[in-house]
Design a protein around this ligand. Structure first.
Ligand SMILES: Nc1ncnc2c1ncn2[C@@H]1O[C@H](COP(=O)(O)OP(=O)(O)OP(=O)(O)O)[C@@H](O)[C@H]1O
Ligand SMILES: [Mg+2]
Length: 357
């Protein structure tokens, strides 16, 4: 069983607390992503699971085995995990084939099996024709794929990946995403994946843990986190969003910044609120409740990214690229909102960030 259980893990470097009271279980065969801004503690968490870092307090279990905590510390090589580091390390004196074969050679697997497994995994990462090359004859993205192949080749039960696709171009990154996910589903391994790329997290994960300043802000499926964010930080980090301060009055939210224009609201919040509108959830409609003037239109091919001046506010609207001909700067427009989120406007955003949700 390759569940990972993290109990009350805290990590400090000197007086700097980089993870506080991390309490989570990652399921057997689950694809879990730790997502968050640079410096939030993602790599530190992964290094603690791998055994390259000891928690300041708390315990880590892999399956039923305590691997870190109290007087127990199981070294990384005895934890049965595959790992790709953020600063992927490949051995410079070994060629691609030898690098990738290494974990199987340590296990003293028969030669034919090594040939077959390495051949297969090199194909997966699109490096078959580079088997003989030394790492210094490869690009950064190719070296990163060697590291990935080496982590995959022994089909470990638990795979820890720290930004494994960061050096690849957009097309290759997309196809590798799919390959990793396919391998994980086929082999049923548990993957803990670290990234600050939200699209990558959304595309691959069963569950996402969104972290800020060492504290889990929310965990859930991509749909949960995107559609039902626990707080403004989560709403803001995933996807695009504009926030507008308003007040609930007689079944509407009135926005002073929009010159007192309002949107219908039948939710439970009262008083001062903050409405969060995603630009794909707002559209041009003749009878829409908000009226404004088109300020800018960026044509991006598949979509048009527009800004509409509504009172003093600038409202972002993303609409289909095919509409471009009908969108003109300076024209009066009306906007309809398909869906929006409402948070309390208590000025407590900073405090909310330190509350575990
Ligand atoms: N060995 C160390 N000694 C002191 N501080 C450290 C050490 N390792 C990490 N930190 C600090 O811990 C915090 C979290 O670092 P970590 O590497 O986990 O961030 P991250 O979320 O992986 O960021 P990134 O997305 O930039 O890789 C940072 O403020 C970092 O400076
Ligand atoms: Mg990192």
């Amino acid at each position: 069983m390759s569940t990972v259980t993290i109990k009350n893990v805290t990590k400090s470097f000197g007086s700097n607390v980089v993870l506080s009271e991390f309490n989570e279980t990652f399921g057997d065969g689950e694809f879990v992503t730790l997502l968050g801004p640079s410096g939030c503690g993602k790599t530190t968490m992964l290094r603690i699971i791998a055994g390259f870092e000891k928690p300041t307090a708390g315990e880590v279990y892999i399956g039923d085995q305590l691997v870190s905590g109290g007087n127990t510390f199981v070294p990384p090589e005895k934890r049965g995990i595959g790992m790709v580091f953020q600063s992927y390390a490949v051995w410079p004196h070994m060629n691609v084939f030898e690098n990738v074969a290494y974990p199987l050679q340590i296990q003293k697997q028969p030669k034919e099996k090594i040939w077959e497994a390495v051949g297969k995994v090199l194909e997966t990462v699109h490096l078959s024709q580079y088997a003989e090359r030394l790492p210094n004859q490869l690009s950064g993205g190719q070296q990163q794929r060697v590291a990935l192949a080496r982590a995959l080749v022994a089909e470990p039960r638990l795979l820890l990946l720290d930004e494994p696709l960061s050096n690849l171009d957009a097309k290759l990154r997309e196809s590798m995403r799919f390959e990793i996910k396919e391998i994980q589903q086929r082999t049923g391994i548990t993957v803990v994946y670290v990234t600050h790329d939200q699209t990558e997290a959304m595309a691959m994960s069963d569950r996402i843990f969104l972290i800020n300043r060492g504290v889990v802000q929310q965990c859930g499926t991509p749909q949960d986190i995107y559609n039902r964010p626990a707080n403004q930080f989560v709403a803001d980090f995933l996807g695009k969003v504009d926030f507008f301060k308003g007040e609930v009055r007689d079944g509407r939210i009135v926005f002073p910044v929009m010159g007192g224009q309002s949107l219908p609201y039948d939710g439970e919040r009262t008083g001062k609120v903050e409405a969060a509108i995603r630009p794909e959830n707002i559209f041009f409609a003749e009878n829409g409740p908000l009226s404004g003037v088109m300020e800018t239109v960026y044509y991006l091919g598949d979509v048009c990214d527009c800004r509409v001046r509504v009172g003093e506010a600038l409202v972002r609207v993303i609409t289909g690229g095919w509409q471009e001909e009908s969108l003109r700067k300076g024209q009066p427009v009306r906007l309809q909102v398909r869906d929006f989120m409402v948070f309390p406007d208590d000025g407590l955003l900073e405090q909310m960030l330190t509350i575990q949700t």
